[in-house]
Design a protein around this ligand. Structure first.
Ligand SMILES: [Zn+2]
Ligand SMILES: [Zn+2]
Length: 71
């Protein structure tokens, strides 16, 4: 079973993978460990932490909802 998302930071669909090879995250640049969930873009081997995808989603909502907060 796989979950697919379209992340605003990337042009391809990303598929949630439960574990995999160690590789740097495309958002925070830290290593994704073999036992960590990641979103993976099969077209270009782009990958990001599951929690980085979630963080960006929340931040986007915050920016849209409270633009003054960041001024
Ligand atoms: Zn891609
Ligand atoms: Zn990350």
């Amino acid at each position: 079973m796989s979950e697919k998302i379209r992340h605003f930071s990337h042009q391809h669909d990303l598929v949630l993978c439960r574990g995999g090879l160690e590789a740097p995250c495309g958002i925070c640049n830290r290593l994704i460990r073999t036992d960590q969930n990641r979103y993976f873009g099969f077209e270009c081997l782009y990958r990001i932490h599951e929690e980085c995808a979630e963080l960006k989603k929340k931040r986007t909502i915050l920016v849209v909802g409270n633009p003054k907060f960041f001024n």
